[in-house]
Design a protein around this ligand. Structure first.
Ligand code: HEC
Length: 441
């Protein structure tokens, strides 16, 4: 997945503010009776232009920032022209992931119909003419002609030809671009699993395996909540489905945070299935947070996120001194965090340890194995906090591929021949995971 730019989200947010500034200018132009007619006219027309321009632009910028890859300008044009970007809720003006304002969103997997792309030219012409009329109205600033030009601009705007969105866009809901707003950590994921088992497992079965039977009276088979779901659907849409769709409507029974935790848990479980199947994670995931205790230079660190900026190796140790695998021998390039069972003695040579309950289980989901099978395994986390590679205790092959979630660059070229630690670290540095929108790092 290519890098998506967080600054574009800020730009969209700024445009929503500008929209209200424009409306403020219109009102000032209408109400500032003491000023000359010409100044008031110009202020009002400029405000109108600003309001219309930003109502058009912010949904397009926002959708572009939340969609992986480069979105063609024609698609954004159709989206902006069709979205209801007017008068965004004032309360949501500080929200980086506001409710989506269109029934459509860009989707890289939708093949673009050539005829629809050509039709966008007419849309462009209409919009350019409308802006031209508004600009002339601003220039002439004489009442009758100015009003006529403004009316013409309004007609051109009102009758702008929008190609059928279905040919270029995918259906969307208000929740499409929502992002999880809960901490991605061991305790949250553990709660997610508890609530999944309490509310969802009867119909959906174990994550990734799917339902075992169709519940009586159910018209449709419950969806398999596995990796495919997270590869093809924005997580916000899954959230909206669970909270509000008929047959689910959990907004009555579960809090927002609880639903996000369930979805996070499912994403982690899906990552484990993918790792078992492909020997690599295909989607970027941060290393789940946990509380840690450290000695020496890292004595101040209380949680995994305090080690951000360092390359971290998380080694699963069952506590006995003899079990300290060769992999976990100190390495000057890495900070070591040992996952120990909750009541284990902390070995003197350990740099950092975590004995938080639930860590083995959570990291076991990520690896697609039971906590018992996890002993002796290790995870590598890069400087940005992304989980990059896994080595199981019994695996002679060494590390999994640390670049598989970095994008569609030719994988064969970058495949690791031996998977030695040096090569893995080298690949991690050469191919960073781009900053992702909504990533909670
Ligand atoms: C009574 C059975 C039942 C329960 C309980 C249930 N689901 Fe579903 N779920 C379904 C069925 C049937 C579908 C497929 C039809 C549909 O889209 O609603 C589905 C679909 C889904 C989808 C896919 C939506 C999509 O847009 O593709 C998700 C995600 C989901 N469920 C999550 C959950 C979660 C999370 C819970 C627990 C909080 C849950 N479900 C509880 C029956 C159930």
């Amino acid at each position: 997945m290519p890098a998506m730019d967080v600054w574009m989200i800020w730009l969209a947010l700024g445009l929503r503010w500008l929209h209200w500034v424009g409306i403020g200018l219109v009102l000032t132009g209408l109400l500032a009776f003491r000023w000359s007619g010409r100044a008031r006219w110009r202020l009002a027309v400029a405000g109108l232009g600003l309001a219309a321009g930003s109502a058009f632009a912010w949904p397009a910028v926002y959708a572009a920032s939340m969609t992986p890859g480069n979105v063609p300008w024609q698609v954004l044009l159709v989206l902006g022209a069709g979205a209801e970007g007017w008068l965004p809720g004032v309360a949501a003006l500080l929200d980086l992931h506001p409710d989506w304002v269109s029934a459509w969103r860009p989707e890289p997997a939708v093949p673009l119909a050539g005829s629809a792309l050509r039709q966008t030219l007419w849309l462009l012409v209409a919009l350019v003419l409308a802006s031209g009329c508004a600009w002339l109205a601003w220039r002439v600033a004489s009442k009758p002609l100015g009003w006529m030009l403004l009316a013409l601009a309004a007609v051109l705007w009102g009758y702008r030809p929008i190609p059928s969105p279905a040919l270029l866009l995918a259906p969307a809901s208000a929740h499409s671009f929502r992002q999880p707003d809960v901490a991605f950590d061991v305790s949250g994921l553990s709660l997610g699993q508890v609530n999944y088992q309490r509310h969802c497992i009867t119909c959906h079965g174990a994550p990734g395996e799917g339902p075992t039977r169709k519940t009586v009276g159910m018209a449709r088979w419950p969806t398999v909540l596995g990796a495919a779901l997270f590869e093809t659907r924005p997580v916000g849409e899954l959230y909206g489905h669970v909270q509000y769709a008929a047959g689910h409507a959990y907004s009555q029974r579960l809090s927002e945070a609880e639903v996000w935790q369930i979805l996070d848990y499912l994403r982690v479980a899906a990552a484990g299935t993918t790792l078992q199947r492909e020997q690599a994670w295909l989607q970027p995931l941060p290393a789940p947070g946990m509380s840690i205790r450290c000695t020496g230079a890292w004595g101040h660190a209380r949680s995994l996120s305090d080690l951000r900026g360092q390359k971290v190796r998380i080694a699963v140790q069952d506590g006995g001194a003899s079990s300290v695998a060769a992999r976990a021998l100190p390495d000057p390039r890495l900070v070591d965090v040992w996952l120990l069972p909750p009541n284990a003695d902390v070995p003197a040579e350990a740099e950092c340890v975590s004995t938080e309950p639930g860590t083995w289980q959570t990291y076991g989901w990520l690896a697609g194995v039971t906590p018992e099978q996890l002993s002796g395994a290790a995870f590598l986390v890069d400087r940005q906090g992304w989980l990059r590679a896994f080595a199981s205790a019994r695996d002679a092959q060494g590390w999994s591929r640390p670049d598989s979630m970095c994008g569609p660059v030719d994988v064969a070229q970058t495949a690791l021949p031996t998977g030695s630690l040096s090569e893995v670290l080298d690949t991690m540095a050469r191919r960073p995971v781009g900053p992702l929108v909504g990533a909670r790092l």
